[in-house]
Design a protein around this ligand. Structure first.
Ligand SMILES: O=C(O)CCC(=O)C(=O)O
Length: 207
């Protein structure tokens, strides 16, 4: 172990409540210690059957600029932008990290969208996680692994209210309250080269 590995392992979790109007965000930096985050990143890169789905934009099938996979309890299908996703069954790895996040957040999740940003060209555009099946004020827990990327938020009716959170390896973001009604979020392409990043967004679908 080098001195910098040792330093990284000693860095402690810190919790920041982001003060914004119309929603709640909790940013738990280093929710996972580096060694756990490293192992999880490597395992998920290999075990998830990543695929590039297409969504319909202006009547045309357009590949999304990232890879993804949808997991969940039986029957927890999810539809966004005209794309219907049937759940893969939980793996031991994903069930374990879900439990760890549930214990911390006191929330219960029955589904997960996993995203793989292969490099700086991969992204997700402005959107909110406001599909009807997520209920009125969904709690969403989002775990970041791999290279840091900027998670940007913008208020829908006061677009001058915006923020950018540089999410790092092992960080957990919990979004709650009315956030998805009033704010949109995105991961833009990056101007500098990026190594792969995996993001796990745990959700609860109401059927
Ligand atoms: O990669 C991220 O941090 C955000 C992913 C996201 O916005 C989503 O899955 O809805």
């Amino acid at each position: 172990m080098t001195q910098s590995d040792l330093f990284n392992d000693l860095q402690l979790q810190s919790v920041e409540l982001i003060e914004i109007d119309d929603g709640d965000i909790l940013w738990i930096k280093r929710f996972l210690p580096k060694a756990d985050a490293d192992l999880l990143l490597q395992t998920l890169q290999n075990e998830i059957p990543w695929r590039q789905d297409s969504i319909r934009i202006a009547g045309k099938d357009t590949p999304i600029p990232r890879l993804q996979a949808w997991y969940g309890d039986p029957g927890m299908t999810y539809t966004y932008s005209g794309l219907k996703l049937d759940p893969l069954p939980w793996t031991l790895t994903l069930a374990a990290i879900k439990q760890r996040i549930e214990d911390y957040s006191d929330c219960h999740f029955n589904s997960l969208l996993a995203n793989l940003y292969r490099n700086e060209q991969d992204s997700v555009g402005w959107h909110a996680d406001d599909e009807p099946e997520l209920g009125q004020n969904p709690a969403i827990a989002s775990l970041s692994l791999g290279d840091a990327r900027d998670f940007q938020l913008k208020h829908r009716t006061h677009p001058e209210q915006k923020l950018s959170l540089p999410l790092q390896h092992g960080d957990l973001l919990i979004m709650k309250g009315a956030l998805q009604h009033h704010w949109v979020h995105q991961i833009p392409k990056s101007k500098t080269p990026c190594q792969p990043r995996i993001n796990l967004t745990f959700r609860r679908i109401f059927k």
